[in-house]
Design a protein around this ligand. Sequence first.
Ligand SMILES: *Cc1c(COP(=O)(O)O)cnc(C)c1O
Length: 443
Amino acid sequence: MNYYSTNGKAPIADLKKAVVKGLAEDRGLYMPEEIKILPKVFFDNIQDMSFQQIAYNVASAFFGEDVDLDALQDIVYDTLSFDCPVVKVEDNIYSLELFHGPTLAFKDVGARFMARLLRYFTQNTQSHQNNLINVLVATSGDTGSAVANGFLGVDGIHVYVLYPKGKVSPIQECQFTTLGKNITAIEVDGVFDDCQALVKSAFMDEELNKHMKLTSANSINVARFLPQAFYYFNAYARMKALGKAENLVMCVPSGNFGNICSALFGHAMGLPIKRFIAANNANDIVYKYLQTGQYEPKASVQTLANAMDVGDPSNFARIINLYSQNNKLTDVATHHHITNLISGATYSDDQIRETMRQCYAKTGYILDPHGACGYQALADGLKVGEIGVFCETAHPAKFKEKVDDILGIDVDIPDRLAAFMKGEKQSVPMTKHFEDFKRYLMQ
Ligand SMILES: *Cc1c(COP(=O)(O)O)cnc(C)c1O
């Protein structure tokens, strides 16, 4: 399968190029040329299939032409070494718990899948130093842990996680500084933007790129975002097994809109979801677009649900592309098409706190601040006869200080998270000057 750029000015790429490059030459996002509709028999039997079996069917539709099917099956099964259950919170509202992976956040699936696919594409070239792939990733916290753990121990790939010194939470920091092996944490004396600037300069530096193979594990990478569709097929299957699959509304707490975009790909492949809700925190750019048809990106504001603090969501370009004839952001027909399927919701920090308290008091279910936006959007937006499923995108223990404070409880820390906190921190101190970072990589 070939991939084209949402900006329409870059050459068509094959899967390997799209994965290794991440972003197209015209800075657009890669889109598959075809979205295959899955056969009726798949949906008829889906409730009897495991998460891994379902995911393998979905992965074959995306990647089956480009990856040997046995290898693809191994990649999928190895990626999904954990469950993603649907849990009843109250009548008609269910939580799709995407937080049972190694770093307790939904980005684990995409990161693990991408690492294994990248390995597949490079393993046939002989593994000497020149073939080592170096993944550079700048993080303000969550992405670094998912990518580092997703790539941990994968041969032929070395990961450098750049993070701002003193600006990530202790739990986040230990999730990528204690791993060792093929993961190096670089502690930059600066802010997140400095980390991102170092990564960008590295990709543009000719001498450095001659010296070593560099790639990014950004969330816009097709190998990170498409596998998230697995979640939605699995959610449908589990709801169908409960006899609750009619009139399903899927609600996704959204920041960069990669997760919901993968769900929309699922819908285009025939997944019978009636409609979608994109739940935002105070960063309401897409919410406003859905209301008005105008898309006006702005600087992000900091909220309690900080993994959704995005002021110009990159994957929104993919959503426009999916539903548009002419790829114009403000086209009326496209807006109409989109609002027929997707509605929005937006919540302030005060509302998030209130939702967490009310849900806990009423049901005993502990929401994290991101999931709270999803739950509340269903509580506010479900119509008679509909059944809602929201994504709980992170384990509440990942935001322990906030959750404990808001709910007045002491959230249990799962063993997996506690194990990270016992590890020894190892990091390379770095200034924010590119010459220093380059000198370090060149040696
Ligand atoms: C990344 C993230 C989100 C937002 O997902 P997008 O794909 O960027 O929309 C929501 N919640 C949590 C906990 C996240 O880590």
